[in-house]
Design a protein around this ligand. Structure first.
Ligand SMILES: Nc1nc2c(ncn2[C@@H]2O[C@H](COP(=O)(O)OP(=O)(O)OP(=O)(O)O)[C@@H](O)[C@H]2O)c(=O)[nH]1
Ligand SMILES: [Mg+2]
Length: 424
């Protein structure tokens, strides 16, 4: 939903940095004619993190900025110098942001606490320089490893506000006025329907303790079918432990308070079983107005399911009693827990898997994860590197599989960007 200063769903593109390439170089200075290899490793690419920021209240920052790319790792250098590591990228989000993979819908994480930091995509590893490939038999490797490349991913962000208690009720019943009286929040208050267009959060103090209350836009009959502002905002009280059901007991707008109460409960039920099963405290507001007294008696006679508190949000009457009742109720209900992190990661798990198929010219094409790894590590015009390729192909069973598929001497084999004639 997009309102002027509020946004609670957004889609972002993220990418961690590529790893820098390792380089091929040899020691070269006056007096040394044939120095050993000294090509340094490439730097690692920067990681992408999400971080909880309690000062943010909406995803509005992402309305115009959708792309978040961490820095690439630098190339290795001569004299065994390691390339610079790419800088990590931290993306601040409001508390209550649920992040999922846009392609599969897989749950990634739930940013719940201030400062909570979650690594979402690791940077690519830097490639090794040629100095690292020296062995007792290979004194001057003429090849280095390329840096690992990372992929672009799209993630969905959804803000589900976290509060202990949610204020619900018809428009104009005084929810925002009440929030402004019991907490330090300063929501907009006015004598018309749908003054509140996005959730407001307020911290309520009770002696040395606090709890968080959320005020959401008013509901009307048919909200579940999209009437009024719809029930979209109920999502923001899905993560509360208790509901404060505010009813205008004066009936000043011509509606019957008991009908109001029933209508809202029916809408809750329509939206989710979980919400309609939450415990409620009924707040009969505007008790300062004419006609309230009569209605309070009638209401208490007819509605017995939940605790009832009478208040005047305007004068502040009954406010202490309400805070105390909410606080005591909350003590009985366990705190809301974030959705369990199952360790989702975009990091590639390189496998040795490969497949072989033939193209229209009869060439044998080898494809799969193994090929991706090989193309990072093999330099076509280097003998040592080709020997390494041969060794791996034999070790991983590619040669055997090629033979089984009918590959004979002289047939063309294509592995990534490397093409050669098969020699058995
Ligand atoms: N007399 C009286 N008026 C009240 C009381 N509480 C709120 N009001 C008035 O009722 C009107 C609506 O108050 P809001 O707090 O904006 O109501 P709301 O439920 O947040 O309304 P929406 O955001 O539109 O859903 C304002 O003019 C308030 O001054 C009360 O206890 N007594
Ligand atoms: Mg309001």
């Amino acid at each position: 939903m997009i309102l002027e200063n509020f946004l609670d769903k957004e889609s972002l593109i993220i990418k961690s940095g590529d790893g820098g390439d390792g380089i091929t170089s040899f020691i070269r200075y006056k007096g040394v004619t044939a120095g050993g290899p000294d090509g340094g490793d490439g730097g690692n690419g920067g990681n992408v993190y999400f971080i909880g920021d309690r000062h943010k209240t909406s995803l509005i920052d992402f309305r115009y900025k959708h792309k978040f790319v961490a820095e690439n790792g630098g190339k290795g250098d001569t004299k065994n110098c390691h390339g610079k590591n790419g800088e990590d990228l931290y993306i601040p989000v409001p508390l209550g942001t649920v992040i999922t993979d846009a392609e599969t819908g897989a749950f990634i994480c739930d940013i719940f606490y201030d400062g909570q930091t979650r690594l979402v995509m690791s940077g690519g590893k830097g490639g090794k320089g040629n100095a690292k490939f020296t062995t007792s038999r290979r004194h001057c490797p003429h090849f280095a490893q390329k840096g690992e490349k990372t992929e672009v991913k799209r993630v969905n962000l959804e803000l589900k506000v976290i509060a202990d208690v949610g204020l619900i009720g018809f428009p104009n019943v005084g929810k925002s006025t009440l929030l402004s009286k019991i907490s330090s929040a300063k929501p907009k208050i006015a004598n018309y329907h749908f003054t509140t267009l996005s959730p407001n959060l307020g911290v309520v103090r009770y002696y040395d303790d606090t709890f968080v209350a959320a005020d959401i836009p008013g509901l009307i009959e048919g909200a579940a079918d999209g009437l009024g502002l719809g029930h979209e905002f109920l999502r923001h009280i899905e993560r509360t432990r208790l509901l404060c059901h505010v009813v205008d007991i004066s009936g000043v707008e011509g509606r019957n308070p008991i009908d109001d109460y029933k209508t809202i409960n029916a809408e809750l039920k329509n939206y989710s079983k979980k919400l309609s099963n939450l415990n409620q405290i009924i707040v009969l507001n505007k008790c300062d107005l004419f006609g309230a007294e009569e209605n309070i008696k009638e209401f208490k006679k007819r509605v017995k399911k939940y605790k009832i508190i009478t208040v005047s949000a305007l004068t502040g009457e009954g406010k202490e009693e309400l805070i105390k009742t909410i606080y005591n109720c909350l003590k009985e209900i366990p705190a809301y827990e974030p959705k369990q992190d199952e360790g989702f990661t975009y990091d590639k798990v390189y496998s040795d898997s490969f497949e072989i198929f033939r193209d229209e010219d009869g060439a044998f094409i080898v494809d799969g994860d193994l090929v991706k790894t090989l193309s990072r590590n093999v330099v076509i015009n280097d003998m040592d590197s080709l020997a390494y390729l041969q060794k791996i192909l034999r070790q991983k069973g590619v040669i055997k599989k090629l033979r089984e598929e009918g590959c004979k001497d002289g047939d063309t084999v294509v592995i990534g960007n490397i093409e050669f004639d098969f020699v058995d």
